[in-house]
Every structure is written in C-alpha cells, then in structure tokens.
Design a protein around this ligand. Structure first.
Ligand code: AMP
Length: 213
C-alpha cells in the first residue's frame, strides 16, 4: 500500500498517519518530522531547512526529495508506506512518480483532507507537540492529562515555532499556491478521494478506513 495524505497544515494528516501506521504496520513517512529531527540533530540538512521552516515556506525540493528517497529505500518500506507532507508541489510529485516507476511501484490512494482555513488557524494555534515522540495535543480539544507533559512518554510539550499565527497564515498561503495544484494532478490520474477533516479524529479514521477498503 502506497498512500499519500494530502491536505493543509493542521488538517490532521499526522494524527491519522500515526494511527494507521500503528494499526496496519505501514511506516509513516513525514518530511516535516524528518526535517525537525535533522534540526534537533544539528545536521547539515537541518541547518539548511531551519530558516525555511521558521518562515513557513517550503524547503528546497532537492533536500526533501533526497530525504524521502533515502527513507523509501529502507527495508521496512518494501511493502508500502504512508506519505504525510510529501509531495508538496508538482515537481516533488513528478520526482516521486519517477522513483516509484523505477521500482515498478505505483501510488494506491491519495486522500485529500478537506477543512476551512478558519478551522485550521484555531487548531494550529492551540496545538502542542511532544518534543520527543511528536504526539500531538490541543489545549482545548485534546489536552494532555498533565498540562505541558506528554501522556505517552512524559517529555515536555512545545508549541512548534511555525504554529504561531503569522507563520500559520504564511503556511496556508504556500499550501494554496504550491500544494493545491496537486489536487487536480491526482484527480486527473484517478487516484484522489476526499474526506471531511473537520470531524473529530475517530470519525476521520472511519472515513479513511472506508476509502481504503
Ligand atoms: P509539516 O510538519 O508537514 O507541516 O512541515 C513543516 C514544515 O517543513 C513546512 O512548513 C515546510 O517548511 C517543511 N516541509 C515539510 N515537508 C516538506 C516538503 N515536502 N517540501 C518542502 N518543505 C517541506
């Protein structure tokens, strides 16, 4: 199964990818998580990516394409994987198609998470992320049991610097300009399904399972 979760930042792709990955044992490939790990590790890739992420713009294609190509070639990806946050524009989609075709593979599903900008801004401004395991919480909608501490691993929760309102607005405008063209791209290939991402996570999971049946 090669599955792409497509949708704006904050639409719940990461939450659903994590659930699906633990249920079905498909690796979850998130370029955002990979880049944040590279920043924490202080690697060359991390140093290059940081200023783009802090401004809410896209990291250069060559950087993310190399990251994803390396990750896709790992043994745990041989039976498929879930892509979250990649591809983010048409040239990344074309690079992905080339990589898959060269391995005689193809995308099975592209699922579009549909949600309004207003709902996204509310979600992202209250979002808190575990600094260690990336589990996500929401101050009102899904708080941790102990404020500021991850239920899963006990590490501190942080607000991602790019979840601040001005950066969120920039990320949404980048999504509209760069990523939305992928909707028509995958619809034309007959791969696209869409789900209502304004619903609570359990309901979104059900919609996703129905699409994948
Ligand atoms: P995410 O966690 O997917 O919301 O990504 C956070 C940030 O990482 C984005 O705002 C971009 O700066 C960068 N990023 C993640 N994935 C990509 C990608 N496929 N192409 C370019 N930049 C990316």
């Amino acid at each position: 199964m090669i599955l792409i979760l497509l949708g704006p930042p904050g639409s719940g792709k990461g939450t659903q990818a994590k659930r699906l990955s633990s249920e079905r044992k498909w690796p979850h490939l998130s370029t955002g998580d990979m880049l944040r790990s590279a920043i924490s590790a202080g690697s060359k890739t991390g140093l290059e990516a940081k200023s783009y992420i802090d401004q809410g713009t896209l990291v250069p294609d060559s950087v993310v394409i190399n990251l994803i190509a390396e990750r896709m070639s790992a043994p745990d990806c041989k039976n498929g994987f879930i892509l979250d946050g990649f591809p983010r524009n048409i040239s990344q989609a074309e690079a992905l198609q080339k990589m898959l075709t060269s391995q005689k593979l193809d995308i099975d599903h592209v699922v579009l998470f549909v949600i309004s900008d207003q709902a996204l801004i509310e979600r992202l401004s209250g979002r808190r992320t575990c600094s260690s395991c990336s589990t996500m919480y929401h101050l009102q909608g899904a708080p941790s049991k102990t404020p500021g501490i991850c239920d899963q691993c006990g590490s501190p929760l942080i607000q991602r610097s790019d979840d601040q309102t001005d950066v969120v607005r920039k990320r949404l405008s980048v999504y509209a300009k760069e990523t939305e063209p992928l909707i028509a791209y995958y619809r034309d290939k007959g791969k696209l399904s869409q789900i209502d991402a304004t619903q609570p996570p359990a309901n979104v999971s059900e919609q996703l399972s129905r699409v994948l049946k």
